[in-house]
Design a protein around this ligand. Structure first.
Ligand code: COA
Length: 161
């Protein structure tokens, strides 16, 4: 699959929110759970784009195609990474392309490292991060309250740049 990664613009917000909402609805991978507060997420993303204190990138097959995946970097000094790929587009290299572009952005921003949290059951994401130089710095216990009442652990991972 030929995938292009570019900075998200305000024109991409609605389609990107649709994708975010769909992956949240899977219920297993992201800290946010469906139903999301779309207006609130939209405001957060708009602020990120406006301030430049981080970035949002999207992957697409071509101009006009719906976004195949998204990556967010929050903060410039020590960016925190979050990413997702549409369920029907996984295991085709989209995540790899997004992660490479995100690391390039962080390097250009002068960040010494990129950090993230990932759930222990997320085998796909953990394999992707380990393959791209992230180091597992251990479990943060019961850090993520879920709507079910459970609290999930997360691995803290760091990618030195
Ligand atoms: C994690 C995720 C972003 C990976 O995106 P992707 O486009 O499928 O990733 P790629 O196709 O670029 O795969 C790159 C590598 O990741 C690993 N990987 C991806 N999916 C995997 C899976 N299901 N099982 C094991 N390893 C997997 C492999 O090492 C793979 O390389 P390979 O295909 O050469 O073996 C995607 O699965 C996703 O969006 N999941 C739901 C949201 C999510 O978990 N976000 C991260 C939260 S921390």
């Amino acid at each position: 699959m030929t995938v292009r990664v570019r900075r998200l613009t305000t024109a991409d917000l609605e389609a990107s929110l649709d994708l975010f909402e769909a992956v949240c609805a899977e219920g297993r991978w992201l800290a946010s759970e469906a139903p999301i507060e779309r207006a609130e997420v939209r405001r957060t993303w708009e602020a990120l784009l406006a301030t430049g204190d981080g970035t949002l990138l999207l992957a697409e097959e071509g101009p006009g195609a719906p976004p195949a995946g998204l990556v967010a970097l929050v903060g410039r000094a020590r960016p925190e990474l979050g990413m997702l790929v549409a369920a029907g587009q996984r295991r085709r290299g989209v995540g790899t392309a997004l992660l490479r572009a995100a690391l390039d952005w962080a390097r250009e921003a002068g960040a010494p490292e990129v950090v993230l949290h990932v759930f222990p059951h997320n085998v796909a994401a953990r394999a992707l991060y380990l393959a791209h130089g992230f180091e597992d710095r251990g479990l943060v216990l019961r850090a993520y309250p879920r709507r079910s009442g459970e609290r999930w652990d997360a691995h803290r991972m760091v990618r030195p740049l």
